[in-house]
Design a protein. Structure first.
Length: 666
C-alpha cells in the first residue's frame, strides 16, 4: 500500500513537470523573457534553482526559467494500517466474504473457526468449498519434505517446490485436527448435498479420497448421498452438466476411497467414453490410473484413452503423470501400446531433472511388467535415483533394484551406490520385504564382487531378527537371492529353515522350491523340513491343484530325496503325475524323477526315465548329473555311469549298506 501511494505521488509530480514543459517550451528552445519583464520577479517551480530578483549592481544578464525532473526520488515508506475487518483475515459479513474466507483459509485453525462461528450460514457452496480446501491444509513435518529448488532450475507450472518423501504421514496434530474437521463436514454433507452440481460432488469425492490416502479419515459416511446426487435419473446430472474433469475426479476419489461397486463403475465408464474426445492430458491420466486401481481393466477403454493421449500429446504431463500412466497400463495388462509408451518415455526424458525417486520406481516396475525396454529411459531413471539416493525410502530403492533384475539391466553406478550406502549404515533396519528384494536383485544380476558379497552377508544377518513377521512369498524371494550368492552361513540357514517349517501350511510349490533349493545349494541338512515338505506336497498341494505343472512336484520331491527323505506315498503320486504328463517334463525333470525312484525304491518308471537321461545327458546341470550318477551307481546302471562319469569330477558314492545317496557329501 505504501509503495502504491509513493508511485502515485511521484507520477503526479512527473506529469506536472511535463505539462509545464509542453506549455512553455513548445518551440523547442529556452524561452527568454522580454526586456519589459526584466524588473519583475521571476517565478520558478518548486524543483528549479532559485534566482534572486534583478537589483541595481547586478550584471545585466537574462535570467532563465529552468525546469527539471527529479530523477533520483527519495523513497519514504508510509505505514498504512490494515483494515480492522478484512474479507480473509477478519470476520466475514456477507455471503461472498464467507466463501472467500473458506477458499483462502491458511490453516486448519482458521477453517475450524469458520465452521464453528458461522455454521448456520453455510449452504451447499460453502460446504463444498470447505471440503475441497481441507486436504490442502494438511501439513507434513519439515524433515519429511525435500526442496526441489536445488535440482529444478526453471520453475515448472504445476510442480510443487516441496516434494513429500515416500510413505511419510502428516503431522500428528494435523491428523487429529483434520479428522475432526472431516467428520464435521461429513456430517454436514447429507443436509446440503441435494443442492450440489456435478462439479461440487466431484470435488467432494476427490477431497475425501485424498484425506483417506493421507490417513486422515478411514472412510466417507456420506458417499452414498453424494453419489445419489450425480446418478439420479439415470445419471442425468452427469450426462447434462458433467465435464471430463468431473469424471476424472469422481473416479480418482472413488479409487482412493476403496470403492468396489464395479456395476456403478461400468456405468460411469460408459459416460466417460462419450467425453474422451474433449478431455485433457491430466484428466486422461487420472482416469486411467483410477480404473486400473479399481480393477476395471477393459482393453477397449484403455485403448481409447491411449488414442486420445496420442492425439493430445503428453507435453504438459509432469513425470508423476507419465509414471502413473505407465503404471495404469501395466496394471491393466495392456502391453501392446508401444506408441504411447514411446511418447511417455520422451516426455520423461525431457524432464529428467524433475524426476522424483517414486516416479522412477513406479516407471521401472511398469516397464518390467509391460516388457517395455528403453535403454535411455531406464538409464535416466536410474541416474535420478542415484542423485536423490539420500532422500529415497527403502521401498523405492528395493523396488528399483527388483525391477532392474526382472529386466536384466545392470546399472553399475546405482548398484555400487546402493551397496555403499547400506554398508555404511550402523544398523540395517529395513523391512524384510525390502531386504529380500535387494538380495534377489543383486543375485539375479550376477553381482559378485567382494563388496556385494559382503552386502549379502550383512542383509541376511539383518533379516534374522525380523523372521517372525516374514511371509512365505518374502521368504521365498529371500532364499532365491541367497541361493544365487551361494550363501552358506549355517546359523542363518537354520533360522530360515525353522521359519519355513512354520509357514509350511500356507505354502504352495512355488514357495517350497526356494527353501529346498537353498538348503541343497548350501549342502545344509534339515531333515525335518524336508519330511514336512514331502507330506505337504502329497496331502495338500497335489490334491488342491489339478492343473499343476508336473515339473514342480518332481523337483520338490527330488530336493526332499536329496535330504534323505523316503515317502513312498508321495513318490507314487508324483511319479504317476509325471507319467501322465510326460510332455511337460524337461530332460532335467526326467533325471530328477530317476533319482526319486531310486531313493524311494519306486522302479516302475526308472527304465523309461533312464532312456531320457541317456539321450539328453549333455543338457543336465552339474548338480543333477552328480545326483543321477550316484543313483545309477546304486542301481548298477553302467550305461548311465559311463555317460555321466566324464562330466562329474568327483562323483558322490552311495552308501553301500543302504544303497542310498550319502547326504553328508552334500
Amino acid at each position: 500500500m505504501a509503495l502504491a501511494l509513493l508511485g502515485r505521488r511521484q507520477g503526479r509530480s512527473l506529469f506536472r513537470a511535463l505539462a509545464m514543459l509542453e506549455t512553455h517550451l513548445a518551440g523547442g528552445g529556452i524561452i527568454r523573457p522580454a526586456n519589459k519583464d526584466l524588473d519583475v520577479e521571476t517565478e520558478v517551480c518548486s524543483t528549479s534553482q532559485q534566482y534572486p530578483s534583478i537589483a541595481p549592481g547586478w550584471p545585466r544578464v537574462y535570467p532563465v526559467r529552468c525546469y527539471a525532473i527529479n530523477n533520483q526520488p527519495t523513497i519514504k515508506y508510509i505505514p498504512v494500517p490494515e483494515p480492522e475487518f478484512d474479507d480473509f483475515s477478519g470476520e466475514p459479513t456477507s455471503y461472498l466474504q464467507l466463501l472467500g474466507a473458506i477458499s483462502k483459509a491458511k490453516s486448519l485453525k482458521r477453517l475450524q473457526h469458520l465452521l464453528s462461528a458461522h455454521n448456520e450460514r453455510f449452504d451447499a457452496v460453502h460446504v463444498a468449498a470447505a471440503v475441497a480446501r481441507l486436504p490442502r491444509l494438511i501439513r507434513y513435518r519439515s524433515a519429511d519434505l525435500v526442496d526441489r529448488s536445488e535440482t529444478v532450475v526453471v520453475h515448472t507450472p504445476g510442480l510443487p517446490r516441496m516434494r513429500r518423501k515416500h510413505g511419510v504421514r502428516p503431522k500428528q496434530t494435523h491428523l487429529l485436527e483434520g479428522s475432526r474437521i472431516a467428520a464435521h463436514l461429513d456430517a454436514m454433507l447429507p443436509a446440503h448435498v441435494q443442492n450440489f452440481f456435478p462439479r461440487q460432488a466431484a470435488c467432494t469425492i476427490w477431497a475425501f479420497g485424498e484425506l483417506r490416502r493421507m490417513g486422515v479419515v478411514d472412510s466417507m459416511a456420506s458417499l452414498p448421498d453424494v453419489l445419489l446426487v450425480v446418478t439420479k435419473g439415470n445419471f442425468e446430472p452427469l450426462r447434462v452438466h458433467g465435464h471430463g474433469v468431473d469424471f476424472a475426479q469422481i473416479l480418482q476419489g472413488l479409487a482412493k476411497l476403496g470403492f468396489g461397486d464395479m456395476k456403478l463403475i461400468g456405468q460411469l465408464v460408459t459416460l466417460l467414453e462419450r467425453r474422451l474426445g474433449s478431455m485433457q492430458q491430466y484428466e486422461l491420466q487420472m482416469s486411467a490410473w483410477s480404473l486400473a486401481s479399481m480393477g476395471y481393466h477393459s482393453p477397449d477403454v484403455f485403448n481409447r484413452i491411449a488414442n486420445q493421449l496420442l492425439r493430445t500429446g503428453t507435453a504438459f504431463l509432469l513425470p508423476s503423470g507419465c509414471s502413473s500412466t505407465f503404471w495404469a497400463f501395466a496394471k491393466a495388462g495392456i502391453t501392446s501400446r508401444i506408441d504411447l509408451f514411446n511418447i511417455l518415455a520422451s516426455s520423461m526424458l525431457g524432464q529428467a531433472t524433475l524426476l522424483a525417486p517414486q516416479d522412477a520406481a513406479t516407471t521401472l516396475w511398469a516397464c518390467s511388467q509391460l516388457g517395455y525396454y528403453n535403454t535411455n529411459l531406464i538409464t535416466a531413471l536410474c541416474d535420478a535415483v542415484v542423485r536423490n539416493l539420500a532422500t529415497c525410502s527403502d521401498w523405492e530403492v528395493s523396488s528399483v533394484i527388483e525391477s532392474l533384475a526382472n529386466m536384466g539391466h545392470h546399472h553399475a553406478g546405482l548398484m555400487e551406490a546402493v551397496a555403499k550406502a547400506i554398508l555404511e549404515e550402523p544398523v540395517v533396519g529395513a523391512h524384510p520385504t525390502c531386504i529380500a528384494r535387494v538380495l534377489f536383485g543383486y543375485g539375479k544380476l550376477g553381482c559378485c564382487n567382494p563388496r556385494e558379497v559382503e552386502l549379502a552377508s550383512v542383509l541376511a544377518a539383518a533379516v534374522v531378527p525380523q523372521l517372525p513377521v516374514v511371509r512365505e512369498d518374502t521368504l521365498a524371494m529371500l532364499c532365491n537371492g541367497l541361493t544365487m550368492f551361494g550363501y552358506k552361513d549355517e546359523k542363518v540357514l537354520a533360522a530360515l529353515a525353522s521359519r519355513a517349517e512354520r509357514l509350511l501350511p500356507d505354502c504352495n510349490e512355488a514357495h517350497l522350491l526356494p527353501f529346498l533349493r537353498l538348503l541343497n545349494c548350501a549342502g545344509y541338512q534339515h531333515y525335518q523340513l524336508a519330511v514336512a515338505s514331502a507330506r505337504h506336497l502329497q496331502a495338500v498341494i497335489l490334491p488342491g491343484n489339478k492343473t499343476i505343472n508336473a515339473a514342480a512336484p518332481v523337483e520338490v520331491l527330488y530336493l526332499c530325496a536329496r535330504q534323505g527323505v523316503e515317502d513312498p506315498t508321495a513318490a507314487d503320486e508324483v511319479l504317476a503325475l509325471a507319467a501322465a504328463r510326460e510332455q511337460e517334463l524337461r530332460p532335467v525333470d526326467a533325471a530328477r524323477a530317476f533319482v526319486v525312484g531310486q531313493v524311494m525304491n519306486r522302479k516302475e518308471l526308472l527304465n523309461h526315465m533312464a532312456d531320457v537321461v541317456l539321450r539328453h545327458a549333455t543338457e543336465l546341470d552339474a548338480d543333477t548329473a552328480a545326483a543321477v550318477l550316484q543313483s545309477a551307481q546304486a542301481l548298477g546302471r553302467q550305461d548311465i555311469v559311463a555317460t555321466l562319469a566324464p562330466r562329474v569330477q568327483q562323483p558322490r558314492m552311495a552308501d553301500p549298506s543302504t544303497g542310498k545317496v550319502a547326504i553328508a557329501s552334500l
